[in-house]
Write a protein that binds this ligand. Structure first.
Ligand SMILES: Nc1ncnc2c1ncn2[C@@H]1O[C@H](COP(=O)(O)OP(=O)(O)O)[C@@H](O)[C@H]1O
Ligand SMILES: CC(C)(COP(=O)(O)O)[C@@H](O)C(=O)NCCC(=O)O
Ligand SMILES: [K+]
Length: 249
């Protein structure tokens, strides 16, 4: 079996594939290395040989996790690394190694699924947009705070914005103007994300007319999905690219 990990700034997304036919054996989202080990140890019938991972965390943090996995499961580990060009996509950054690896892998996955021009939108801790032309040229992208960061900035830098997770969840039943603090903030930030997404869509149209695909991924993708009809919601887009960047030979 193959363990796949996408270590974002807030959460580790993990899944285990059956080596033979790539079916998903188990999957989850955890907030720490310890919780990841807990989830894996609780699986019956787990038999890991390999691990492929992508991380946007500090090198030491990623190395520590890799070490723990080797010690616990004896897996061989393959880490996604920056690249100037892969699978027909050319990294558009001035310094290709500075492009977030989760963005790069989502781009590889999107370009392969689209086989044409695409806009890749990822709504995690940060919200990101990347533009890839039909011949695989990455035009660059945009980064702005995602839902967790916007919400936390308001909580941290104001005296009176305080509400709990239950209120936050209930607030998103609709997007009409809020009548409580939770509604006003949650809906306001959601509209910021939707505005971000829609302006990327307009830019993509100005480049490519209607001839492009839009991919939506990340833990908060659902907040913007119905503002982008026609976009393909691919929750495991980073994993699609991860398998391309870290093939098991
Ligand atoms: N099942 C889930 N587990 C954890 N976070 C989730 C889940 N579904 C939605 N989210 C939301 O997704 C966001 C994190 O997205 P994610 O793509 O995991 O970020 P990152 O890659 O930066 O760690 C958070 O706002 C979180 O509340
Ligand atoms: C932009 C990001 C913070 C997004 O991270 P995430 O929200 O997925 O945790 C990450 O891709 C990153 O650290 N990128 C490096 C900077 C860059 O891409 O320019
Ligand atoms: K991510």
């Amino acid at each position: 079996m193959i363990l796949e990990l996408d270590c974002g700034n807030s959460f580790i997304k993990w899944r285990v594939l059956e080596a033979s036919h790539a079916a998903v054996f188990a999957e989850g989202v955890v907030d720490s290395d310890v919780a990841l080990l807990g989830s894996l140890h609780s699986l019956t019938g787990l038999s890991l040989q390999h691990c492929r991972l992508v991380s946007v965390r500090a090198q030491e943090e990623t190395n520590r996790l890799a070490g723990v996995l080797v010690a616990a499961f004896g897996v061989s580990i393959s880490c996604a690394a920056p690249s100037r060009e892969m699978a027909g996509v050319r990294n558009g950054y001035e310094d290709y190694a500075r492009l977030g690896l989760d963005r790069w892998l989502a781009m590889l996955g999107g370009f392969q699924l689209a086989s044409g021009a695409c806009l890749v939108l990822d709504f995690g801790t940060a919200a990101t947009a990347d533009f890839i032309t039909a011949d695989g040229e990455h035009l660059g992208g945009f980064i702005c705070p995602g839902m967790p960061l916007m919400r936390n900035q308001l909580r941290t830098h104001t005296r009176k914005i305080r509400y709990d997770d239950v209120a936050a969840e209930r607030a998103l039943e609709s997007l009409v103007p809020g009548r409580t603090t939770a509604q006003a903030v949650e809906r306001g930030c959601t509209l910021m994300l939707r505005g971000f997404a829609q302006s990327q869509l307009e830019l993509a149209r100005s480049y490519w007319g209607e001839d492009f695909s839009v991919f939506l991924t990340g833990g908060d993708a659902e907040l913007v999905a119905d503002a982008l009809p026609g976009a393909r919601f691919v929750p495991d887009l980073v994993f699609v690219g991860l398998a391309m960047a870290c093939p098991l030979s």
